[in-house]
Design a binder for this molecule. Structure first.
Ligand code: C2O
Ligand code: CU
Ligand code: CU
Length: 504
């Protein structure tokens, strides 16, 4: 054999081995990326129900809550103490509850050794009270936002929003629900005994490394952190004993990146009664409801005496490409919560045929359109800048925002202060689950949505609200922008950047 031939054979075999190794490595990563707890979960722990927050009422009628952000430890697994953060406790926070028309104030204390914020996701309120990255609470500091609740009954939530660190603060355990009631919702024959037939269901995916959380991002996961199991209200493998025929579940996706497709293991149908911003006009019967990070859905499920059913998250059917389907968690499935019906159940009335009244605009009074192009590198080509106002909207007007994701990876879109109506998804009428008031929507790559919203809060040219992708890793990386609400003819003001150490 010539020397050249021998060299070629050696090089050829080295290349073959390399290709096999890389291919094998990829196959391993591909196989390893898929996780499932569906069908293999033993429901061993009773579901924790976050306590309803205590409140006092001041002479002027203001309902006052206290929230203390603190470090703690929690035994998720027997014998293992996991370091955590929580509001008023070790993990997550109490459920705040107020009524439309009420004045509320929340006394926040930050006892962590890092600055943070508390944002009221879905709440219509003045920009200064919003708890976004401009309302930092220093370590040892406090902050008492107050506002008047002026929006329909709904399931909202609260969580930190420090620019660049939201993913970390939320996944350590800082999140809670904020429920609103109104005169109409209180008169409806819906399940509404908190913790009994009306259950908060805060869903998070987690991963443990021994006793501690493993918050690492997968090698191929461009969406951020994906866990290998789920918890509800901080309870792993949860079951809930129920004694009523109809159970209302207030589903909140409080995960940082994962999209859930909720249904039941026996494919039973349920009634969707509410979305992010409140009750639908009428219930919609379905067997799946999809929620991306930050989104909520209220559903009513009917139980038979003695039976068990499992709330499950099914693989995602969103037309993702092969790569994103696997590495963004689309092939994963989870047993989320088991419901165990008592041998005899209290009868519940039928779900009313008429529920809420939508207060979101229908697009007919739109005075202006805007476009938002979602990219991981930034929205409309710009990465978040604390001192830059991206959009200025006029108080008292409605707008139509066209949001497009063409970025080759999944995103969602959340707007502070407002609820919106989804007018169109890729030029079509939206599906039933998007017909209610929304503040967050999921956009797989290749999707364009038109959203109608009205800005009727107080003008404040100097304090911005945020719009952003609610995949928290993307948000932290700069997939966020700022808008101010001004009076007609007014200009946006100058935003000061809080000093850097406060938000790093
Ligand atoms: Cu749930 Cu800007 O946040
Ligand atoms: Cu928000
Ligand atoms: Cu994103």
């Amino acid at each position: 054999m010539s020397r050249l031939k021998r060299v070629l054979i050696v090089l050829g075999s080295v290349a073959a081995v390399l290709i096999a190794a890389i291919g094998g490595g990829f196959l391993w990563l591909y196989a390893d990326a898929k996780v499932s707890t569906a069908g293999s979960t033993e429901f061993t722990r009773e579901l924790a129900i976050p306590p309803l927050a205590q409140s006092t009422v001041r002479a002027d009628g203001t309902r006052v809550f206290d929230l203390t952000m603190r470090a703690g430890r929690k035994e998720f697994e027997p014998g293992k103490q996991t370091p955590t953060w929580g509001f008023n406790g070790d993990y997550l926070g109490p459920t705040l509850r107020a009524e439309r028309g009420e004045k509320v104030a929340v006394r926040i204390k930050n006892t962590l050794d890092e600055a943070s914020t508390v944002h009221w996701h879905g709440m219509h309120l003045p920009a200064k009270m919003d708890g976004g990255p401009h309302q930092m609470v220093a370590p040892g500091g406090s902050w008492t936002p107050n506002w008047t609740v002026d929006q329909p009954a709904s399931t909202l939530w609260y969580h930190p929003h420090p620019h660049g660190a939201t993913e970390k603060h939320v996944q350590r355990g800082l999140a809670g629900m904020f429920l609103l009631d109104d005169a109409r919702s209180k008169g409806l024959a819906l399940p509404r005994t908190y913790g009994v037939d009306d259950l908060p269901v805060v869903v998070q995916d987690v991963k443990f490394d021994g006793a501690t959380f493993d918050h690492g991002h997968g090698l191929m996961a461009s969406v951020g952190f994906l866990g290998d199991r789920t918890m509800v209200n901080g309870t792993p493998d949860p079951y809930k004993q129920v004694g009523d025929e109809r159970i209302r579940l207030r589903l909140l996706n409080a995960s940082t990146a994962r999209v859930y497709t909720f249904g039941f293991d026996d494919d039973r149908r349920f009634a969707l009664i509410g979305t992010d911003g409140g009750l639908l006009e009428r219930p919609a019967s379905m067997d799946r409801v999809r929620l991306s990070p930050g989104e909520r859905a209220e559903i009513v499920v009917t139980m038979k005496p003695g039976e068990r059913t499992v709330l499950r998250s099914y693989p995602l059917d969103a037309g993702l490409d092969f790569w994103n389907q696997r590495f963004s968690g689309g092939d994963d499935s989870f047993d989320v919560l088991q419901l165990r019906a008592a041998a005899t159940l209290r009868p519940s009335p039928d779900v009313p045929a008429r529920l809420g009244e939508l207060e979101v605009p229908d697009g007919k009074d739109t005075v202006r359109g805007r476009h938002f192009d979602l990219r991981m590198s930034g929205i409309n080509g710009r990465s978040m800048e604390m001192s830059r106002i991206d959009e200025t909207v006029t108080r008292g007007t409605s707008e139509t925002w066209t949001v497009r994701n063409d970025n080759g990876m999944p995103h969602n879109f959340h707007v502070h202060d407002v609820q919106f109506r989804v007018l169109e998804v890729d030029g079509e009428k939206p599906p039933a689950e998007l017909l209610g008031a929304k503040d967050t929507v999921y956009l797989p790559s290749g999707t364009t949505m038109k959203l109608a919203m009205r800005f009727d809060g107080p003008a404040d040219p100097d304090t911005p609200y945020m719009y952003h992708c609610h995949l928290l890793y993307h948000e932290d990386a700069g997939m966020m922008g700022q808008f101010v609400v001004v009076e007609k003819g007014q200009q946006a003001g100058k935003v000061r950047t809080p000093h850097a150490h406060a938000w790093h």
